[in-house]
Design a protein around this ligand. Structure first.
Ligand SMILES: Cc1cc2nc3c(=O)[nH]c(=O)nc-3n(C[C@H](O)[C@H](O)[C@H](O)COP(=O)(O)OP(=O)(O)OC[C@H]3O[C@@H](n4cnc5c(N)ncnc54)[C@H](O)[C@@H]3O)c2cc1C
Length: 308
């Protein structure tokens, strides 16, 4: 990636797919100059796309505004958790840094909490995997290509779902069936059905062949798993993407996407946050002809668009 350019770099057709004109970048960890497929964000949507496109042989780059979090890095107490919050009001920063773990965006009529980091909201969610109720499929917005003649997911969709459950390490947490909390819920008349979770219950390799340790039942899933048992997508889909050549950049916040019609390519402006600082370094990535950036995340938007 080049820094603070006045004009976008140019690349000839023959250079497609190859990093070019690698000038020195002030962010030492930032080297990408060009890719075939650019994926913005690294949550569920992003990581599945990155893994499948990388496995299919595409030159994939993932840009994530947050940092990489490893077991042991996550906050253990409330004061520590407060320091990992970035709060914005109408798109303007109130407190925290854009590479913080918890992102709270407050708008006029809605506030949204998301996770930020390599793995997206999977880092801070409860990892409960619910099967959709049958009437979900009656929504006409579903692409008909996914549904069979009976209006239900067809066999290829069901096979893909099984593959996803395998990659996410879906398991029923029967270990907690007799726990005091479960018993108390049942005694209180609540439905205490044990849910399917994306959590590792015995040590071993996951669907991407990454070793994970077993859940200890500490209950700190939503503050981030310090044990390494939660099956966050950095440990499965993104690991698979990386093993197949994808480049994953942390602390790279996409600021704008612009088409350069003269060269028939996309130019993506990025703010790179330096570790431990709020200092931003501008940079950009260009994407090969006829490809589009994939914007993932249900809440993704470049900061300029955030309040729309
Ligand atoms: C506390 C909590 C608990 C939850 N529990 C569950 C649960 O148990 N089960 C369940 O099914 N769902 C749960 N969810 C919801 C689930 O986590 C989300 O639906 C899911 O993560 C959405 O995935 P995504 O790919 O759309 O986006 P995300 O996972 O949110 O990923 C988006 C990524 O894009 C990055 N990004 C955004 N803008 C930019 C930019 N400009 N440049 C670069 N990167 C950017 C973000 O930093 C983030 O990493 C929970 C959510 C929360 C907040």
């Amino acid at each position: 990636m080049q820094t603070v350019p006045q004009t976008p770099p140019t690349m000839s057709d023959s250079e497609s797919g190859v990093a070019t004109r690698a000038t020195r970048c002030r962010a030492t960890h930032c080297r990408a100059t060009h890719c075939d497929v650019l994926i913005v964000g690294s949550g569920y949507g992003a990581s599945v796309a990155a893994a499948r496109l990388a496995c299919a042989g595409h030159n994939v780059t993932v840009l994530e505004r947050g940092r990489r979090w490893r077991p042991g890095d996550f906050p253990r107490r409330l004061p520590g958790a407060a320091r990992t919050f970035h709060v914005r009001w109408r798109g303007r920063r109130l407190v925290g840094r854009s590479d913080s773990l918890f992102q709270l965006d407050i708008g006029d009529s809605i506030a949204v909490l998301t996770g930020s980091g390599i793995g997206g909201t999977s880092l801070i969610n409860a990892n409960v995997l619910l099967q959709p109720e049958p009437d979900v499929w009656s929504n006409p917005r579903w692409p008909t290509a996914l549904l069979g003649d009976d209006g239900k997911p067809d066999a290829s969709f069901q096979a893909a779902e099984q593959r996803a459950l395998h990659m996410l390490g879906a398991t029923r947490a029967t270990r907690w069936e007799g726990s005091p909390k479960t018993r108390a819920l049942i005694e209180g008349g609540y439905d205490a059905t044990i849910a399917t979770l994306a959590v590792t219950m015995s040590d071993g390799p996951n669907g991407a062949d990454v070793f994970q340790t077993s859940c200890t039942g500490c209950g700190n899933c939503v503050a981030g798993c310090n044990v390494g048992a939660k099956n966050t997508v950095d440990r499965n889909y993104l690991a698979l993407a990386q093993a197949n050549g994808a480049t994953i950049r942390e602390r790279h916040e996409v600021i704008s996407l612009r088409r350069n019609p003269a060269e028939n390519r996309w130019v993506v402006t990025v703010d790179v946050t330096e570790p431990g600082s709020r200092r931003k370094i501008a940079g950009f990535v260009s994407i090969a002809r006829r490809r589009r950036p994939i914007r993932t995340g249900r809440c993704y938007s470049p900061p300029g668009d955030r309040n729309r």
